[in-house]
Design a protein around this ligand. Sequence first.
Ligand code: PMP
Length: 285
Amino acid sequence: MRTVYVNGEYLPETEARVSIFDRGFLMADGVYEVVCVLGGKLVDFEGHMVRLDRSLSELDMTRPSARDDLLEIHRELVTRNTLDQGLIYLQVTRGNPGDRDFNFPPKETEPTVVLFTQDMPSLMDNPKAKRGARVISVPDLRWGRRDIKTVQLLYPSMAKTMAQAAGVDDAWMVEDGHVTEGTSNNAYIIKNGRIITRALSNDILHGITRAAVLRFAREAQMEVEERSFTIEEAKDADEAFVTSASAFVTPVVELDGAAIGTGMPGPIAARLREIYIDESLKVAV
Ligand code: PMP
């Protein structure tokens, strides 16, 4: 059985409790982070904590613990759960002010903090990295502050389920004729050696993996173009891929039934995956 963390305590998962009045439960009033664990070490912990602070401050929420304490909790969960490959999920909500009320509760309301591990032994040897993912496009019907990593994941969850019903792996969301991102990842195409991905704005989550991969790509003298692209452009691309903390760089080989490039994972995505994993392992804490 897993050991999880709830509001200062390490508990067996069956004993962890959060109030039914918690605003995370009633109003999706909470933010989260997912840190990848490789070889028992945390990948880009600092980047995820910087984004957590930003999500909290955009919603006028208080940070529950100092960054060093959060690092300690992450490490303790890795140890207690003997986690080698997987992830650590962290959620902070605006807590339980008592009655249900649309207004934000008083500042002194204690936030709820929950962390747990998920064991994923085949993260590095994910078969999807070799065969490539197939995706469909769906309209992006999410709210307008997708840069804040909130727990309002109903639409991405619906989109992923639509993808599953269509017999594919994932969905790319489209707004005003352009791809925003995947249900839980950032989306990229490659054309004539150039890596093209949507620029940062409130329209997409500012992926921590995105930042690292674009940095590594530029360091390797690859050309990066941060701009929106259409579904037609994506179908006509040489390669495509997605990035996220747990998928790293995963090639995309089919979009709405059309093969991308050769229909097989391409060399640039494979190279970026390799660089990302190698470099991340070097600096994992
Ligand atoms: N976009 C969305 C909508 C996501 O949910 C995620 C993963 N949480 C990402 C992008 C990728 O972000 P990261 O690289 O920080 O995992």
